[in-house]
Design a protein around this ligand. Structure first.
Ligand code: ADP
Ligand code: ZN
Ligand code: ZN
Length: 727
């Protein structure tokens, strides 16, 4: 074998051949597919990954260059891992070299050969387990944390705010000890399992179905919040651990709360469980990577990109809150971790569990068509109460700050009963625009086709799309009038109004503005959990995952904006949001009340959602998509383009239309993006749809080929989004 085919991180949809130098020839046995090599590229040295060893090449022999050196003795990517990355690159039409680059931890990207990594774990000693009283509060808190979580890594403890001094002084008092972990002992013994509840009938049916399946099987575990999905995951994981296999648990970006992680740790106290998320350092990433490939770690709980971890013996993948949009990467390689999870499970012939209270229509469609097995949990595990939904017709209703008087009275009732109230509005700031009372001028961003939001507390007008910011004008820029007023509502205004209305009631606001400082979100959530604040005002940040036991009323203010939108997914997202927000109410035993303010109470979607729940709504919505020939019934891709010149952007997209007219492909566009102008650039898109998935990919492959030669493509910024989740 005299040649190698390699992938290099360059924006080109191709691989490259190199010659093996003479002196390497005898050492060919040391060069493997999946190893890194250093190669000349232009006048640079680049790290490349070997895809194939071969005897011949199509590159003329006087042109072909030799590799400089072999970096790895053993491959860093197995053939099945390379297969996953090849599939990813092909499916999302992204260059293979860049796909591999994105998947690798940074030390490996750069061609380093980091030594074996080891991880420092901290645990209570026998003396520490008795929780002796200590003067230093931080030391006591750390003991309590370890009593809750069991053995934890130093990094995690630091992430929870414990510093080295606290840890060191407890070590010197012999209350905790530190050990370096690097072993596979967990595989040689049955896992220790903490106390667990007896499954109810639906949970037992689900567990049995999953545990008895062989080979690749996908399950949709559909169950309201609190119905015991996590318990099903835990009991299925137990079986995986007994077989000494590894598992990946994918969670949304906000899912990695200490609550969740502690629950897994308490259940499997001796099992090495590692975390993977965006706040890890490069070194921590590398550690987790190494531990996975050696099977030194049994379970990884991770966000989106953990789908690329190199497990040695993967036995199960779980995707919790599978409908969550954070599983889809929205730039560069636009992959969906849930969909890649399906490919990986198929590759390894293992079960895939997708869990949600509000499954994505894509997933539900597959379940209805028996591609996925549907498992339902219909009851809450600990309480038997259902929330009471109510639509409040806003037509003719008097309101203040967008809150109807009737809603205000309801808030008052709940507060009187010493309950917490949640008010939800998906718009931050004080008001989305300022308006001139004399001439009708509206505050707009100068660089985007959208308004500039009024932020009263800091006295600034801010564009939420490009970030442009300037002081609030005192006069109308058009007519000079001083009669300019806030127009529309944001969370800041709701908070101000409710503070005036309930001056003695502590209020917390949770949105991107109020939680900008590090640790402030955690602090606010603690405040809510400890019962300090009684009214919670927030955007969708409030909707997800958090467990607030005292909330008995949820008031949703801006239902209508989701009903009539140019994005065909808006209603699905609205229904998911309403259901998730509503899931925050009534967790303490008595039914919660969910109040939706709307001008369209007779809207069939709202009626369906309120009377029959998400399950019913979703099946109805799939029918609608079927009638409109939209995903998930058909398959879609979007080419997005932006540039300073409308003509160049439109010409670029128009040029794509007639090029490869395959029958069975529907094209729509060029059409303006929902926000036509952002930060001074014009944005248009081309929608591509096909009933037949292979046909769509055939078309896209041809288009990508064409784009690599298109001169028009060089004048604009473009991207291709396969299976987009928004417009
Ligand atoms: P989900 O993941 O669907 O939100 P969880 O698994 O977190 O639901 O369950 C909600 C609560 O009910 C948790 O406190 C959990 O410990 C408890 N629980 C779950 N299953 C059972 C069961 N079979 N018996 C008693 N309690 C249960
Ligand atoms: Zn004016
Ligand atoms: Zn802007």
């Amino acid at each position: 074998m005299s040649f190698v085919e390699v992938a290099i991180k360059v924006p080109l949809h191709r691989t490259f051949d190199y010659r093996l130098p003479e002196q390497l020839d005898g050492l060919n046995s040391q060069l493997h597919v999946g190893s890194r090599v250093l190669v000349p590229f232009g006048n640079q040295r680049k790290v490349a990954v070997v895809l194939a060893l071969k005897d011949t090449t199509e590159v003329p022999l006087n042109k072909i260059k030799s590799i400089f050196e072999v970096i790895d003795d053993a491959p860093i990517l197995t053939t099945s891992h390379l297969d996953l990355l090849r599939f990813t690159a092909r499916y999302y039409c992204y260059p293979l070299g860049e796909t591999i680059h994105i998947a690798l931890p940074s030390a490996l990207r750069q061609g380093h050969c980091p030594d074996k990594t080891s991880i420092s774990m901290v645990a209570l000693t026998e003396k520490g387990a008795k929780l002796p009283s200590l003067k230093a509060k931080s030391q006591l808190n750390l003991l309590k944390q370890l009593a809750q979580s069991g053995k934890s890594s130093l990094t995690e403890l630091k992430a929870l705010g414990f510093n080295k001094k606290t840890i060191d002084s407890l070590i010197s008092k012999e209350l905790i000890n530190q050990s370096i972990e690097h072993d596979n002992l967990w595989q040689q013994q049955a896992p220790t399992v903490g106390t667990k509840p007896t499954l109810n009938k639906e949970q037992a049916v689900a567990c049995t179905a999953i545990n008895q399946s062989t080979g690749f099987n996908s399950f949709l575990l559909e169950g309201v919040t609190g119905s015991g999905k996590t318990e099903v995951y835990l009991q299925c994981l137990e079986e995986v651990l007994k077989r000494a296999e590894q598992a990946l648990v994918l969670v949304p970006e906000i899912g990695l709360t200490p609550q969740t992680v502690n629950r897994f740790r308490r259940r499997f106290p001796d099992t090495p469980i590692m975390l993977w998320h965006s706040a890890l350092t490069d070194n921590e990433r590398l550690q987790t990577w190494r531990f996975c490939e050696k099977a030194s770690c049994a379970i990884v709980i991770g966000t989106r990109s953990s789908i690329f971890l190199p497990f040695l013996k993967l036995g199960m993948i779980i995707v919790d809150e599978e409908h969550d949009s954070s599983f889809k990467q929205q730039d560069t390689l636009r992959y969906h971790a849930r969909d890649l999870a399906a490919y990986r499970a198929f590759q390894h012939k293992i079960p895939l569990i997708l869990g949600s209270a509000t499954p994505a229509l894509e997933t539900l469609h597959k379940a209805i068509n028996n591609k996925y097995q549907l498992l339902s949990l219909t009851q809450r595990a600990q309480t038997s109460t259902d929330n009471k939904f109510q639509l409040l017709d806003m037509k003719g209703q008097p309101d203040q700050a967008g809150i109807a008087h009737a809603s205000l009275a309801t808030i008052r009732q709940h507060l009187k009963r010493n309950k917490q109230v949640m008010v939800f509005l998906n718009r931050r700031g004080f008001s989305p625009t300022l308006i001139c009372h004399e001439c009708g001028w509206l505050s707009e961003c100068t660089r985007c086709s959208t308004s500039a939001t009024f932020h009263k507390a800091i006295g600034q007008m801010i564009c939420h799309h490009c970030g442009e910011q300037h002081p609030v004008p005192h006069q109308c820029p058009d007519c000079g009038s001083t009669q300019i007023f806030p127009n529309g509502k944001g969370t800041e205004q709701i908070e101000e109004f409710l503070t005036g209305e309930f001056p003695d009631t502590p209020i917390s606001r949770i949105d991107r503005d109020s939680t900008r400082r590090k640790g402030s979100l955690e602090k606010a959530l603690d405040e809510i959990n400890l019962g300090g604040s009684r009214i919670l005002v927030g955007t969708q940040m409030l909707a997800k995952g958090h467990h607030f036991p005292d909330v008995s009323l949820v008031l949703i203010l801006d239902v209508d904006s989701g009903l009539y939108s140019c994005d065909f997914r808006a209603t699905e997202h609205l229904a998911q949001l309403v259901t998730q927000v509503a899931g925050r109410a009534g967790r303490s035993g008595e039914p919660g009340q969910v109040l939706l303010q709307t001008h369209f109470p007779e809207h069939p979607l709202l009626q369906d959602l309120v009377n029959n729940g998400y399950q019913d709504f979703a099946r109805f919505a799939i029918q609608e998509r079927e009638d409109a020939l939209l995903p998930p019934i058909t398959n879609m891709a979007i080419v997005r383009a932006e540039g300073h010149s409308i003509k160049q952007v439109v010409d670029f997209l128009t040029d794509l239309v007639p090029v490869h007219g395959l029958t069975g492909i529907q094209l729509l566009g060029p059409i303006p993006a929902p926000l036509e102008r952002v930060a001074g650039k014009y944005r248009f898109q081309l929608h591509i749809q096909a009933h037949d998935r292979p046909l769509l990919h055939q078309y896209l492959a041809q288009m990508v080929d064409y784009l690599s030669t298109s001169k028009l493509a060089q004048k604009v910024r473009w991207s291709l989004d396969v299976d987009p989740i928004d417009m």
